[in-house]
Design a protein around this ligand. Structure first.
Ligand SMILES: Cc1cc2nc3c(=O)[nH]c(=O)nc-3n(C[C@H](O)[C@H](O)[C@H](O)COP(=O)(O)O)c2cc1C
Length: 202
């Protein structure tokens, strides 16, 4: 038996990503998001257009996506309700957001230089993706202030412990424990539950 409902959000469960970008003055910004999906070497992120991250990506056309595992959940949560924007936009003030200039310090995370782009990687995150902005599209209604940002992944860094022992360019899904946000709660993944016929042909 199903019932028609009108949920305010449709956050059915996606990985958390920390996006680092460069501010106009050369300092760095870091923000958690969880609206993200992948296709081939492309990543698409959903962003509020009034965030510092969006302004930085629009201007500099580059970023790093650092993927936290479940082990970094406390650091991610320390970044909630913070913004690199100064002054803090009114709609965020109303939600108790505060400006934080150094979000790496706030989270207790370490900035690691990237190889192909200016924004730094997050050292503690087991997967780090250097990326360039390919396109930006506004989504929804104008007063949603939302955009999808298409990113070309130009370099992938993976923690040694996640790399498949047979194929050194593969990440082992049995070892990779992504941090998942589902309806505003933090979760991990369980064990593999079924063999995959798609995996046989790829
Ligand atoms: C776990 C988590 C997931 C989030 N997911 C998103 C998201 O997918 N898109 C988005 O625009 N904001 C998301 N936010 C809110 C942003 O982090 C927030 O707007 C932040 O102020 C952006 O920082 P900035 O203004 O320095 O760019 C999320 C926050 C948290 C804590």
């Amino acid at each position: 038996m199903h019932r028609v409902i009108a949920p305010k959000i449709l956050y059915f469960g996606t990985p958390v990503v920390l996006i680092s970008t460069m501010n106009e003055d050369g300092s760095m910004n870091l923000a958690p998001i969880s609206s993200v999906w992948w296709l081939d070497q492309t990543g698409v992120v959903g962003l509020g257009t009034r965030s510092q991250t969006f302004a930085n990506m629009q201007r500099s056309k580059e970023c790093v996506l650092s993927l936290p595992s479940v082990d970094q959940v406390a650091a991610v949560d320390r970044l909630a309700l913070t913004t690199g924007s100064n002054p803090v936009p009114n709609y965020k003030l109303a939600m108790n957001f505060r400006h934080v200039r150094d979000k790496f310090d706030e989270a207790g995370l370490t900035a690691l230089p990237s190889e192909l782009v200016r924004p730094p990687r997050v050292m503690e995150c087991p997967i780090q993706l250097e990326a360039r902005v390919a396109s930006i599209h506004l989504v929804g209604n104008p007063d949603d202030h939302s955009a999808s940002v298409e990113l070309r992944i130009v370099r992938v860094h993976a923690d040694e412990s996640l790399i498949d022992t047979q194929n050194r360019h593969h990440i082992s899904p049995d070892r990779w424990r992504p941090l998942i946000m589902s309806f505003l709660g933090f979760y991990g993944l369980g064990e593999q539950i079924h063999t995959s016929r798609l995996a046989e042909v790829f």
